[in-house]
Design a protein around this ligand. Sequence first.
Ligand SMILES: [Zn+2]
Length: 202
Amino acid sequence: MLGKLEMIVGPMRSNKTAELLRRIEIRKQYAKQDVMLLKPSDDTKAEAGLVESRNRNGCGKMEAVEFRSADPWSVLPVLAATEKKIGKRVECVAIDEGQFVQDLFLFTKRLLEGGYDVMVSGLELDFRGLPFGEMLDLSWLVRTYSGNITELVAYCSCGAKALYPQRLIEGKPAQYDSPIIMAGDFYEPRCDVHFILPGRPH
Ligand SMILES: [Zn+2]
């Protein structure tokens, strides 16, 4: 049987991770399912392994499998070993910060075809307002394999719905040509009117 895909999307500060953790808890507690939470990491040397994941919003902590964002495939042996250890299949794989995961489309597709339910939370747009990683591509998988998309809302300081992650560097809007992933940057959810992107070509 094919798995279903639940997508949790929205800008920064829309509590995507909290929603993902809430759904994992429900599956564990009420549906008695085993859920594996995956967390992409920038660490290029780290092998896929268990970490304790603390939610920034204080909704408790949860065990996660941390893996190199460039190689989600390294999770498959960990998944197989977990299933061997617990003596049954893991029902659901949850992926946080999906926008950072390379091969996200293919990796998710492979899990769905393998009968796993998949939950992915992440940003659809980067600080330039352009598609971030392969998050937007996942909507094809929702339509094809069934599932749903939950859009969480964040608000701009003016009260309008925030559409974009405004990157600020030392309090000023970041230039269009700054790197997509950058250490020490800061974001604010902004609406269409208050989103500022100096140097944008279009
Ligand atoms: Zn605004």
